[in-house]
Design a protein around this ligand. Structure first.
Ligand code: ZN
Length: 325
């Protein structure tokens, strides 16, 4: 079946599974804790929904959350830790304040559930939610981080999603050496360029939000032949699945239409559409978020029946690429 897929487009989903390790700098006041606790409900529900529609997904997981406690984590810590100029980015800074089995940071049982569910790819989001273009960190520290990610995963890692989509081209060869075959690049538009983190409200953020409702920057779909390789394959993102906001409730249909049009465009043209989000994004207004996601999956199924549009994890795409090369 695989040899036939070269002309077939597909729907790729990748999830950045990180719990509190991905928001420790922005959640200092604990206002996001509700979303983090809810991840323990969201992940099993996502797996159930993905099974119902036979959806393949890449779970880019932060290594630190793969154990049950801080005590267990100690044995996996890298020998070199990131020395960010702004220490607020470092996951190691908050470790002393974390309780041993804090569910906002540890989710070994969810990791097992993902690994035991069909068609789910267990991938990496680095060990410590490592920021590859922030000042102060070094290549050696990234290597050390990735080695710990491999150790704690206890299985080979084929795909990586760089935290905050900070793609550092100099680090791609390191990923290759560690056995990784693909990363999620950013959509090809100046709005989505890899850059250092900027918190708060700013023009780019508002433009990105508007782009989730109206087609301002294009579909960002691509054919297998267009996928570039720089040591590892760039399975670039097409769009971020924005969570339900009650204040923008009236625009939910526009948001759905934006995704549906891109999915249809990809299906008709034999291209790939790559959607991503974080499980914690769905941790508030859970039912509304799931209702929306199910509509997307129903739409995918229609395209599957009509155009033989496939469901792919990032490593499924790599399999197709390597069969054809
Ligand atoms: Zn992240």
């Amino acid at each position: 079946m695989l040899n036939n897929m070269d002309k077939k487009g597909g729907f790729v989903i990748s999830l950045d599974f990180e719990l509190g390790w991905g928001v420790q700098d922005t959640n200092r006041d604990g206002s996001y804790d509700g979303n983090l606790h809810a991840v323990h409900t969201v992940v099993p529900r996502l797996l159930e929904l993905f099974s119902k529609y036979a959806i393949h997904v890449t779970w880019a997981t932060v290594g630190m959350l793969c154990v049950t406690s801080k005590t267990d984590l100690i044995q996996y810590l890298p020998c070199e830790k990131p020395t960010y100029s702004n220490t607020v980015f470092s996951s190691y800074e908050i470790m002393p304040s974390i309780q041993d089995k804090d569910p906002r940071y540890f989710a070994a049982s969810l990791v097992e559930l993902i690994k035991n569910t069909a068609n789910q790819e267990f991938a990496t989001h680095t060990f410590s939610h490592y920021y590859c273009v922030e000042d102060g960190q070094t290549k050696e520290q990234f290597i050390s981080d990735l080695k710990s990610a491999k150790k704690i995963a206890q299985q080979p890692l084929k795909s990586i999603v760089f935290p905050r989509n900070q793609v550092n081209k100099d680090y791609l060869s390191i990923c290759q050496k560690e056995g990784i075959r693909a990363y999620r690049g950013n959509p090809k538009h100046p709005l989505f360029k890899s850059e250092q983190f900027l918190d708060g409200w700013h023009f780019k953020r508002i433009y990105k939000i508007a782009d989730s409702y109206l087609n301002l920057t294009g579909h960002h779909t691509f054919s297998l032949q267009q996928i570039e390789k720089n040591h590892i394959w760039n399975i670039q993102a097409s769009a971020f699945l924005r969570p339900y906001y009650s204040r923008l409730k009236i625009l939910e249909n526009l948001k759905l239409k934006r995704i549906v049009k891109s999915l249809q465009y990809a299906a008709k043209n034999g291209e790939i559409y790559h959607l991503w989000w974080h499980p914690h994004n769905m941790g508030k207004n859970i039912d509304e978020n799931f209702e929306f996601l199910e509509k997307v999956l129903v739409e995918f199924t229609k395209n599957k029946e009509k155009y033989n549009f496939q469901s792919y994890s990032m490593s499924d795409v790599v399999k197709n690429l390597e069969i054809n090369n």
